[in-house]
Ligand binder design. Sequence first.
Ligand code: SF4
Ligand code: SF4
Length: 168
Amino acid sequence: MAIVSFNKTVLHNLFSKPKTRKVEKEYPEGTRGHVENDMDLCILCGLCSIKCPTHAITVDKAEKTWSIRPMSCIQCRCCVDNCPKKSLSMGLRFQEPGSEKVTKTFKQSEKAIAAQEALMKAAKERAAAAAAAKAAQAQAQAQGNAPAPAPTAPAQAPKQEAPAENKE
Ligand code: SF4
Ligand code: SF4
């Protein structure tokens, strides 16, 4: 009797619809899956690293790399909101589970390096121009403070003769 009941259960399970739902492939808007960085925009300022509450981000300016430990990220979005270049965003896909704490490292792109160098060059030129203008202003002020030549005595105005009275 037990075998008949078992067979019925097996047959029922074989031909009935699954009781569980499929994993949704589409993520709702605003999902915080993982952090992505557009290395064409990143200037390696390090602000995201400072703001990250779990110290999941590391910036190496000498090596020109940006690294993240996805297992340490709590998807708070703090780095994304504080990035001055808007190079960070929240990707939808969730971090895959794993047995090891991996570190993902990305190199700053050549485009970003060139843009950053151009910015630094422009900033240096502006600073040099400002310093030169300041020096010129200081020199002009120093010349302005030198003792001025003694003023000459004003010429006396000729005395005006009294108007002649009308004689009738
Ligand atoms: S991702 Fe943004 S905040 Fe982080 S180092 Fe790059 S530019 Fe700076
Ligand atoms: S989302 Fe939050 S925890 Fe994850 S890297 Fe950014 S600041 Fe750190």
